[in-house]
Design a protein around this ligand. Sequence first.
Ligand code: SAH
Ligand code: SF4
Ligand code: F3S
Length: 475
Amino acid sequence: MSKQTTVITPDQLNAQFDYCDKIAAYWQNQNITPAAYVETYGCQQNEADSEKIRGYLAQCGYRIIREAEGADVVVMNTCAIREHAEQRVFGNLGALTHTKRRHPAQKIFLCGCMAGETKVSDRIKKSYPYVDGVFSTHHLWQFPEILWNVLSKGKRQFYVEDEAGSIAEGIPQVRDHTLKAWVSIMYGCNNFCTYCIVPYVRGRERSRRKEDILAECREVIAGGAREITLLGQNVNSYGKDLDEQIDFADLLAEIAELEGDFLIRFMTSHPKDASEKLFDTMAKYPKIAKQLHLPFQSGSSRVLKAMNRHYDRETYLKKVNYAKSVMPDLVLTSDVIVGFPGETEEEFEETISLIQAVHYDSLFTFIFSPRTGTPAASMDDPTPKEEKSRRFDKLCAVQNEISVQIHESYVGKTLRCLVDGKDKDQLTARTEGGRLVRFSGCDSLIGTYQNLKITGCTTWSLTGQMQDAECSVQN
Ligand code: SAH
Ligand code: SF4
Ligand code: F3S
C-alpha cells in the first residue's frame, strides 16, 4: 500500500463552504426553508460521519427532520459489514421510490461504507435511477459540492474513486446528543482481518493530530458533554503514522487531564496492540471508564491465524488477566464470529470455553458473512448454515447465562451513574462500565450523575433506586 494520506487544506474546505452558500442562496431565492433527513446504519464511526453530514446540511440552510417523507434531501449513510446490513439498505432504498413520487424534487444520496464498494455503486447506477448521488467515505468532505452539482446540473453524481483516505479538520457538526459525544481520533484500518470489508471501504489508518482532538474534547465538554467516546477501528494503533512520538495511552492521559466532570470511553481496541501501558493508564485516571471492548473473534488459535488477527488464545487471555488485575471492577465486552470458514466443532468449543474463562459482561455475536473481495469469502466453507445457526444459538445461551450472573452480582451495590434519558415512564442511566440502569425519578435529573442502588436485573439491564431521596419519585 503506497498510497499517501492527504490532508484537506483550509482552502479546499473553504471551497466547500462556498458551495454551502450557493445552496443556501438557491433556496432563499425560492423563499423555501428546505428539509433534510439523514439515516444512519452501522457503527459509531458512521454516527460520527452523519453528524458531519448534518453539519454541512445545516450550513446549507436545511432544517433536519426525522423522516424521509417530505424531505428535500435524504442521505442514507450505510454499513457494509455483513450481507444482512446491505440487504436492509437496499430494502429501505426501494421504499424511497414512494416518498420521491410524492415529492419529486427530493434528492436521494447514498454514502458510507457500501458506497465504497464498486459492486454497490454499479448496481445503483444501473438499477436505482432515482438515487441522485453516491459518495464513499473518502468523499464526505465534498458533500456540499456533490449536492450543489445535483441541484444545479440536475445530473447524477458518483464520487466513489478508491483512495487511501484523507483527514479533513473543520467540517461543521450537528451532534445527536449534548451529553454524549463521539470524537474520532483516527480513521481507516490497516489490519486486513481476512473476513472484514472495512479496510477496503475506509482506507488506510490515519491519526488526527493531538491538538485537534484535544480542542474537540474541550469544545464538547464546554458544550455539556459528560461522556466522550473516542473512536477508531483500532484505537491502539493511534499515533503510529504521526511525526510526533505519541501512542494511544499518552493521548488518553492527556484527555483525562482536561478540566471538567466527564468520563472517557473508547472503541475499538484490537487485542494485538492493547498494551500493559494502556491498562495501567486506564487504572490510573478516574476519568477513564473502567470499560473495555476487546474483540476476540474466536477462541481457537488456528482460526485466529486464518482470520489474520495476529494474536493467539493464550496472549489474549494473558492481556485480559492483566487488565483485570489492575482494574478489578473492569467491565469487559467483546465481538465474536461463529462459523468462520473451516471452523470445526472443537474450535467452536474453544470459543465457548474462552467465554466461560473470561466472563464477559456482554457480547456482540455474529455469524460469518462472506464479503466480496475479502480473502475469507473464497475460503472453503463446508459447514452447513443450520450447523452455524446451532453454534450461534448455543453461544448466545451460554453468554446470556453469564450476563445474568454478572448482573445479579450488581444487586445491592450502589453505583455512580450518568442519567442519560427516558424510556417509556422510566429514566435510563449508565454505570461507569456502560451497563444500562432503569429507575424512577424526575426528568430534571437527565444530564446529572446520580448514585443508584441496584435492586434487580434482567439479561440486558439493571433496575435501580435513587440514594438521595430528593426527587426519587417519578413526576
Ligand atoms: N475494528 C473492530 C471491528 C469493527 S467491525 C475490531 O477489529 O475489533 C465489528 C465487528 O463485526 C467485528 O469485530 C466482527 O466481529 C464483526 N464482523 C466483521 N466482519 C464480519 C463478517 N464478514 N461476518 C461477520 N461478522 C463480521
Ligand atoms: Fe475489520 Fe480487523 Fe480492521 Fe477491525 S481490525 S476493522 S475487524 S480489518
Ligand atoms: Fe459498518 Fe463501516 Fe462501521 S462497514 S461497521 S459502518 S466502519
